[in-house]
Ligand binder design. Structure first.
Ligand code: DGJ
Length: 539
């Protein structure tokens, strides 16, 4: 009897545990990160790769990150540091990192620098690196070996999975009550470099063999919704349902890339699964969004990483992985096209690496408002550069808006625009109105011809909180409204206020009219801020 009661309580305890630890949850079309039972928006930054290996180094960094209005920090965990000897683990530095984050009320996303970091294998412990027979490397063209653990080796995979499982067991032990650690990135920017695929004898044998049944089954089951770039590769080869890699997908770089994507996703999926068996918090992989194997000569290839166009293969090979995330460096157009390509087929949005500054703020507004992102994280946040005042102001504003954004993500009542020289105005449907958001040309001096200066990038996030009521936040934009639902055809601005959210409550500042709304024509947000507007209709 006593035993029974105990096991019943244990079951209730583990149910409560499973519901309370960080997890993902759907809200409409969005997938949100749930922390302590509530949706959470990670206003994050990623440390330089080696920062979190020294508590001394990190001591002055923690308060700076909190002052910069971050609520989450992405910090690397080095395999070499936690398992310096085969099977002997040391988590003392990680424990200090968790304490450091807690001391400033920060949350953590841990980056597992295990088998691979930026393609290569610089993070495995010395006992792995030295034992090249037990832990085989990739071979590329001309039989050249590169310092990259082969995805085809069970010994590589199992050693990584054992260390990762030990890490997750430890995180559960020290953190499942306080839940400072929210998510885990498994490996970092994986891909084969210097060739389009592994050409070791082991890899050649697998490549000459049949495409695994699990992949064929997945592709057939999802044939109508496959990511189009990869669907076309399969279609061009005749939609065959069995055969060798080259029989099913044709001969060429795209097939090599698919082969590598399958092998990476199997390996990393296995590692993630071993970690989740210990402590199942959300896990993602990140991609260097750059050259693909099929672009340029094989020698310049980056092949097999979790690029958007390989999403179906990664899903089939690594179902234990929750999110395929893009690291996005580049201009605004690259940012919008990359986020759009990763948002396909319900892939949740989390941006683990990108840039900061004013552009970063614009892109954060866009990512949270347009693509329901659960987090945004400029890289090198502990750099020696002067503090990123733009990012701090942006995170301050996003922190104020977070409850509103999170309440509306996944519905048709929120959106965002990112404007620049090539895209200076955009119409977007939000709630009952079509909003025209434009970035005004810089003003010319009185009597001078219109300014020819480039239109700077700008952004706005737009949230309908009632049938005729909006919050708009951003900078460098004007916003006008036109009814898009049946009823009176014209819209006017009623009361317009600028203001701030304090503890989730709107505190209005100036009431805006006259020149500040172009005599009632449109909202005008010149510098970063939030405005609240009520609308009325007439004819
Ligand atoms: C991408 C990598 O994922 C990061 O760890 C870091 O090395 C940056 N590149 C450097 O720009």
């Amino acid at each position: 009897m006593r035993l029974r009661i105990l096991s019943c309580c244990a079951a209730i305890g583990s149910l409560a545990f499973a519901a309370d630890i960080p997890h993902l949850q759907k809200q409409g079309t969005a997938t949100q990160l749930i922390v302590d039972g509530k949706p959470f928006m990670a206003l994050a930054g990623e440390l330089h790769n080696s920062s979190a290996t020294s508590l001394e180094y990190m001591k002055p960094v923690w308060p700076r990150l909190a002052e910069a209005k971050l609520n989450t920090v992405l910090a690397g965990v080095s395999w070499n540091q936690i398992e310096p000897r085969d099977g002997k683990f040391d988590f003392s530095v990680l424990d200090g990192v968790i304490q450091g984050a807690r001391s400033q009320n920060l949350r953590l996303v841990l980056l597992w620098f295990g088998s691979w970091k930026n393609a290569l294998s610089s993070y495995p412990p010395d006992w792995v690196k030295k034992d090249y027979k037990r832990f085989p490397r990739v071979q590329v063209q001309n039989g050249k070996t590169i310092e990259l653990l082969s995805t085809l080796s069970d010994a590589n995979r199992d050693a990584d999975a054992r260390a990762f499982a030990a890490l997750m067991r430890h995180v559960k032990e020290v953190d499942s009550q306080q839940r400072t650690v929210l998510m885990i990135q498994v490996e970092n920017e994986v891909n084969v470099i210097g060739d389009s695929r592994d050409r070791s004898p082991m890899a050649d044998k697998a490549f000459a063999g049949q495409v695994p049944k699990e992949l064929m089954d997945y592709l057939q089951k999802h044939k109508d919704t496959l990511i189009s770039e990869f669907g076309k590769v399969w279609e061009a080869a005749g939609f065959k349902t069995s055969g060798t890699w080259e029989e099913v997908f044709g001969k060429g770089l795209a097939t090599d890339e698919a082969f590598m994507a399958w092998n990476y996703s199997r390996y990393i999926g296995h590692v993630a699964g071993a970690g989740k068996a210990e402590y199942p918090i959300p896990m993602y992989v990140n991609a260097a969004v750059m050259g693909f194997a099929r672009v340029g000569p094989p020698a310049n290839a980056h092949s097999g990483g979790p690029l958007a166009q390989l999403g179906d293969i990664w899903r089939a090979g690594g179902p234990q992985i929750d999110i395929l995330s893009p690291d996005i460096y580049g201009n605004d157009d690259f940012f919008t096209s990359t986020t759009a390509s990763y948002a396909r087929n319900g892939n949740p949005m989390f941006i683990p690496e990108t840039g900061g500054g004013r552009d970063g703020v614009n892109r954060a507004l866009y990512a949270f408002g347009r693509h329901n992102s659960m987090g945004f994280s400029p890289f090198g946040i502990d750099g020696s550069r002067a503090p990123d005042a733009d990012l701090t102001a942006g995170y301050d504003l996003l922190g104020q808006l977070a409850p509103l954004i999170l309440a509306h993500q996944g519905t048709d009542k929120i959106s965002a625009v990112l404007l620049n020289q090539s895209n200076p105005s955009q119409k977007v449907q939000v709630g009952n109105y079509t909003l025209t958001v434009a970035s005004p040309r810089p003003r010319a001096a009185a009597g001078a011809p219109p300014s020819q200066a480039a239109v700077p990038s700008s952004a706005a996030i737009l949230i309908a909180v009632g049938p005729d009521e909006y919050y708009v936040a951003g900078s460098g934009v004007t916003v006008s409204f036109a009814p898009s639902t049946p009823g009176l055809p014209l819209a006017g601005l009623g009361t317009v206020e600028e203001g701030r959210f304090v503890d989730g409550r709107w505190v209005p500042g100036r009431q805006l009219a006259g020149d500040e709304t172009e005599q009632g024509d449109y909202l005008s947000l010149r510098s970063l801020g939030i405005q609240h507007v009520t609308l009325y209709r007439y004819e």
